[in-house]
Design a protein around this ligand. Sequence first.
Ligand code: ADP
Ligand code: MG
Length: 352
Amino acid sequence: MNQNKIGAFISERRRAKGWTQNDLAEKLGITDKAVSKWETGRSLPDLSLFVPLCDLLDITLNELFAGECIPEEDLKERTDAVLLEVITNWLGHDGGKTSENDTTSQTVLEVQNVSKIYKSESNSVLAVNNVSFQIPYSSFVGIMGASGSGKTTLLNLIATIDKPTNGTIKINGQTITDIPEAETADFRREHLGFVFQEYNLLDTLTIYENIALALTIKEVPKESIGPTIQNLSEKLAISSILDKFPYEVSGGQRQRCACARAIAASPDIILADEPTGALDSNAAKQLLNTFSTLCSEYHATILMVTHDVMAASYCDRLYFMRDGEIKASLHREQENKQAFFAKILEKMAWIG
Ligand code: ADP
Ligand code: MG
């Protein structure tokens, strides 16, 4: 994605409308300085502004990303060479997964002595209590625990949505607990993927555009966007609904689209909070199989929070939380899902 080209395109379309930078800024409710920055290629519009900006300039999202007026068919055109390049991009951050040993032993997430205390006037809640664990590259890790055990709080700390009271969290070696508040949104966009129970997709965009948006933000070349989405949607069985809006498809399909969007941007880690919570058991199984595919085929690293044993049985390793603490862990060796399921039940009984 060429920021300069996009900037020049915005500028050209704005002038065609007979507007000054200030006019456009006013319509978007932002400063003219921001518009000037886009037009000179120094920054890109904020995620939330893509759609209103396109509406104002009478262009499609794809055209904005491409920085020129083009027929949509051209964007979706696929060539195997481009596809290969994109897939290679997904497989790693440092030139692909050529050395199995290097990457598999790499730690993606490191949580060290992390605590979170919520204080109010009347009381304080120790929501997360001195938690430490690590997640290796390309693994599917679950955090299990009853409601109120601190799972969401822990996930929000890892997601830079909230700051720990104590302790450090590192993602691919970078200490994220140090990141200034103003830079956390950028960090999330660059490094994290999210699959939550709700609010995963932008309702004003089609499924295709939702995924394209994630790719654009990661500066995937525009000619790769179409092929990337085609390939991924075939793998995740969502090809037939790419032109639909999120409200037109089922909850299970929406979640798989959220997975496609999350992995498309090749994040360091995908964070999922009770992703199966609102799904029936068949849709839940499909989603969990999708997560497994993301790990095995795209080497995604996934951290999923759940209170559901069935969902947990899909993970490679599990941490059990209770009263804000990690009380136990389980590592799946060779056993199948059923055997792992039984082990999880046993562990839960032991934890009480
Ligand atoms: P889980 O996701 O496992 O259900 P949470 O992380 O949501 O658990 O909550 C853990 C504990 O922290 C609960 O006792 C909850 O009431 C408390 N808690 C969560 N968020 C806040 C908050 N923003 N302010 C005060 N207490 C909170
Ligand atoms: Mg929760």
